[in-house]
Design a protein around this ligand. Structure first.
Ligand code: PBG
Length: 337
């Protein structure tokens, strides 16, 4: 082919990709610090931040350090945090009774953050897994082979009322029991917490990507395995339509925000859910998504900064209004530069 070969083209999409300025003019998706919710782990006592080996850069914080971390997130423009407690093994039992203590670690953490930063959105998981010795999200049936749906929902309602009393803006039921959104809404309303919102883990899949999180809260350690089988309550990764059934139910039961989880491997579900609801849609970029990018970067196989941003952009482009991500702080810091 000769070098003078010229195509007489009307359309050359590359025209708009020629410079950074042109590219920025036609940008369709923009990440902002306000898009992020930072998941944070909290422990009792005064120890220094504890690293989590499968989540480089993520720590378990004492309440004092947690408040400091929230302050720096707030300064960077991150408006929200999702708090997760890690309990010592000796406080766990079969029924997760520690979840109902008036002075539970999570409640003290919520009060401390709300006192220091009253404007910051604080949310907490409503599920029993940090509290149960078996690591499941609820109370088991007598034969120990399944989670008892209705008894678990009753426990979740009590938990939600306690968390609302401590001042959370949103409770986030992450257990996938049937009917829990409606029951929690009623429990909150009947206790004068009509303004406490619900971020529903609506389409939460039975995913292997939760492994590192289970190290972080010790639910894997408690159960003696990372591969805890939650398939009787979390969604089957093979299914799309089933997510839409859950959306319909959670909306009807009063969810304020609809969540899809994990995010990256479920971008099609985020898009489906975006199209199925007018409620805000959240997506949770889970621990395993974070860990795989970190691990590949450590090996020198991926560029951490660029993959971090690309992974988050993809989730937003798929239709998420907000993203729970362990990359919240670094990304917000980078956006501020
Ligand atoms: C538990 C809960 C899990 C996550 C959030 N809440 C794990 C699980 O269902 O076992 C996962 C978060 C992550 O992997 O980052 N109710």
């Amino acid at each position: 082919m000769s070098s003078s070969f010229k195509l007489d083209l009307l359309h050359r999409p590359r025209r708009l990709r020629r410079s950074q300025a042109l590219r920025s003019l036609v940008e369709e998706t923009v990440l902002r610090p306000q898009d992020f919710i930072a998941p944070l782990f909290v422990i009792d006592g005064k120890s220094a931040p504890e690293p989590i080996s499968s989540m480089p850069g993520v720590f378990r914080f004492s309440i004092a350090d947690l408040v400091k971390e929230c302050r720096s997130l707030w300064k960077l423009g991150v408006p929200a945090v999702a708090l997760f407690p890690k309990l010592d093994k000796r406080y766990k039992d079969d029924e997760g009774t520690a979840a109902h203590q008036e002075d539970a670690l999570i409640l003290r953490a919520v009060r401390a953050v709300k006192k220091a930063l009253p404007e910051m959105v604080v949310m907490t998981d409503i599920a029993l897994d940090p509290y149960t010795s078996h690591g499941h999200d609820g109370i088991l049936t007598p034969d120990g082979r399944d989670v008892d749906n209705d008894r678990t929902v009753e426990a979740l309602c009590r938990m939600a009322v306690l968390h609302a009393g401590a001042g959370v803006d949103l409770v986030a039921p992450s257990d996938m029991m049937d009917g829990r959104i409606g029951a929690i809404r009623q429990a909150l309303n009947s206790r004068d917490f009509a303004m406490t919102g619900i971020m529903a883990y609506t389409a939460k899949y039975a995913s292997a990507y939760y492994g590192p999180f289970r190290d972080a809260v010790g639910s894997a350690g408690a159960a003696g395995t990372h591969h805890l089988d939650k398939r009787t309550y979390q969604l089957n990764p093979t299914n799309r339509r089933e997510a839409l059934i859950e959306v319909e139910l959670d909306e009807a039961e009063g969810a304020d925000i609809i969540m899809v989880k994990p995010a990256g491997p479920y971008l099609d579900i985020i898009r489906d859910v975006r199209e199925a609801t007018s409620k805000p849609v959240a997506a949770y970029q889970v621990s395993g998504e974070y860990a795989q990018i970190q691990a590949a970067a450590k090996m020198g196989w991926l560029d951490l900064d660029r993959c971090r941003v690309e992974s988050l952009l993809s989730i937003k482009r798929a239709g998420a209004d907000m993203i729970l991500t362990y990359f919240a702080k670094e990304t917000a810091a980078e956006l501020a530069r």
